[in-house]
Design a protein around this ligand. Structure first.
Ligand SMILES: Nc1ncnc2c1ncn2[C@@H]1O[C@H](COP(=O)(O)OP(=O)(O)O)[C@@H](O)[C@H]1O
Ligand SMILES: [Mg+2]
Length: 504
């Protein structure tokens, strides 16, 4: 056996430029919304008041995306550092930026072309473009033509990029549907905007609520102009009306002289608000919420303190990892996860509130609040027939979660051909509420039909009529109700049809 040598001896060097394909692995964990959140971080760091996310559409097809802000912009000197992978500037204490990769990783996770156009007060506007892929090897960054830079910065944005501002432009976005099918593209867009509302609303809720930033999302059709913008509203995961009595409590722990504070909240009961439900569902959002500089990084999960449990879904605790305690955590480059080390679990176990409350007292209290609140809800609400075919799965889930159900086969709501002009028909044997096909186009107002169409109408009908499907036979009161509903709803349906036909 040869002796172990502590220092590896070397005999000269060879230069190995990184292969441009190294970029391919960047930002693999990004989705469109986490990537855009990273660009919003940069706008926040640049002191922007407004950030606009704009999808660009040409006819049916989505062809690009912009993120525009009115922040301090970049000077011709600083833009090259900004475009450099791992190019780090000096960060101040409140900056969200950190690794010098966010912009590039986020952009290349979604698009093959990243263009940055920017203007800082008192400096000429300047632009750079990175093409990702075959065309440009060896990290050659393009200089964007001056008049184009000006023109892009001065497009009709909802805010002015004068005296300073930045336009980030993505072309060849891989995640956009490669189709000219209007229906598919429209569905994609509404889902993407929904995800953005959820993700950005949650992650930036403190900054949004404090008015430190405003985020707009819109769609521009290059022939038809810009649609109405959606403003992202804050979604506060601690936004209950009234907390469970006695909560929240702050647990504090000392880790080598550093203070870790966990603010333990308990929702009083399950709610149907967006703040309670959150993207991904409330059950998956129990646990810890890590904030860094008021930007939420990580929403839910117990980091090994406890296993997820349906009965703990009222428990949400916030931890601010600024300053001192930052060493207890590591953040992934996508800033979408915070990993806590072993010291963290120890610190949490040792944490105490002023009155001695521990984390396990907290979990017990959350569980018992859950028990009491579900008993109450089930006891108070009248049970319904389980919802069946024809209702949108989201509505089915809602009904099943909110209401106790009788033991019966499910109730279907289906369109059918009638030989009269009644609006509906009750078929108790088939457990089906039929709706007259004659009114369908009018109800849909020209939109495409499907098994789960007309969700609003069908939910209202379910709530109104479900009861008459219960019990062995119809009572006199049920019969009278059915007659009454039939008269009113048929009149309404005829009016709907008349309005629809006269429009066409
Ligand atoms: N919207 C923007 N406005 C002004 N400067 C920006 C903007 N986006 C990026 N930058 C500059 O680019 C640099 C690199 O950004 P990024 O790759 O996200 O890394 P980081 O944010 O970690 O520094 C930032 O530090 C900032 O100087
Ligand atoms: Mg950044």
């Amino acid at each position: 056996m040869t002796a172990w040598i502590a220092e590896v001896p070397t005999a000269g060097t060879v230069e190995l430029q990184p292969d441009p394909h190294a970029l391919d692995s960047l930002g693999r964990n990004h989705s469109l919304e986490t990537a855009l959140a990273d660009l919003v971080d940069n706008s926040v760091d640049a002191g922007a008041g407004t950030v606009l996310i704009r999808f660009i559409r040409h006819g049916a097809r989505l062809i690009g995306l912009y993120v525009v802000d009115d922040g301090r912009g970049m000077t011709p000197e600083s833009i090259d550092t900004a475009m450099t992978l791992g190019g780090r500037r000096s960060y101040n204490e409140n900056d969200l930026g950190r690794f010098g990769v966010g912009l590039k990783a986020a952009s290349f996770s979604q698009a093959a072309s990243l263009t940055v156009l920017t203007r800082a007060t008192g400096h000429p506007a300047v632009g750079r473009r990175w093409l990702h892929g075959q065309e440009h090897a060896n990290f050659q960054c393009d200089l964007v033509a001056g008049n184009f830079v000006e023109a892009e910065l001065d497009r009709a944005w909802p805010m002015s990029t004068r005296p300073s501002g930045t336009v980030i432009r993505w072309d060849r976005v891989a995640g956009f549907p490669a189709t000219d099918d209007t229906h598919q593209v429209t569905t994609f867009l509404s889902r993407a905007i929904d995800h953005l509302r959820g993700h950005l609303g949650l992650m930036f809720h403190r900054l949004l609520a404090a008015g430190r930033i405003k985020i707009l999302v819109d769609v521009e059709d290059i022939n038809e102009g810009v649609g109405i913008p959606t403003e992202i509203s804050p979604i506060d995961p601690f936004g209950y009306m009234k907390p469970a009595p006695g909560w929240p409590r702050t647990l504090t722990s000392d880790v080598d002289g550093r203070q870790l504070q966990i603010v333990c909240h308990i929702w009083p009961r399950k709610a149907s608000t967006e703040q309670y439900r959150l993207p991904g569902g409330a059950e998956n959002r129990q646990g810890l919420y890590f904030y860094r500089r008021d930007r939420l990084l990580h929403a839910g999960g117990w980091e090994g303190i406890h296993a997820p449990d349906k009965k703990l879904q009222l428990a949400r605790a916030s931890i601010d990892i600024d300053g001192d305690v930052a060493g207890l955590f590591t953040m992934n480059p996508e800033k979408s996860r915070v990993a806590a080390g072993a010291d963290f679990a120890r610190a949490v176990t040792a944490a105490r509130a002023d009155d001695g409350t521990t984390i396990s007292d907290y979990l017990k209290a959350a569980e018992s609040t859950w028990g009491i609140s579900t008993q109450r809800a089930t006891a108070q609400r009248h049970p319904v027939i389980p919802p069946g075919k024809g209702l949108h799965p989201k509505i089915v889930r809602e009904i099943v979660e909110e209401l106790p159900q009788v033991n019966s086969s499910p109730l279907n709501l289906l369109w059918a051909r009638f030989d009269n002009d009644n609006f509906f028909e009750i078929d108790r044997d088939a457990m089906t509420l039929r709706l007259n096909n004659r009114y369908r186009a009018a109800v849909l107002g020209g939109r495409r039909g499907g098994l789960n169409d007309a969700p609003l109408l069908k939910s209202v009908l379910f709530l109104l009529i479900e009861n008459v499907f219960q019990g062995v036979h119809l009572g006199a009161r049920d019969k009278d109700n059915i007659e009454l509903w039939q008269e009113i709803l048929t009149t309404a349906a005829r009016a709907e049809l008349a309005a629809y036909t006269s429009r066409a």
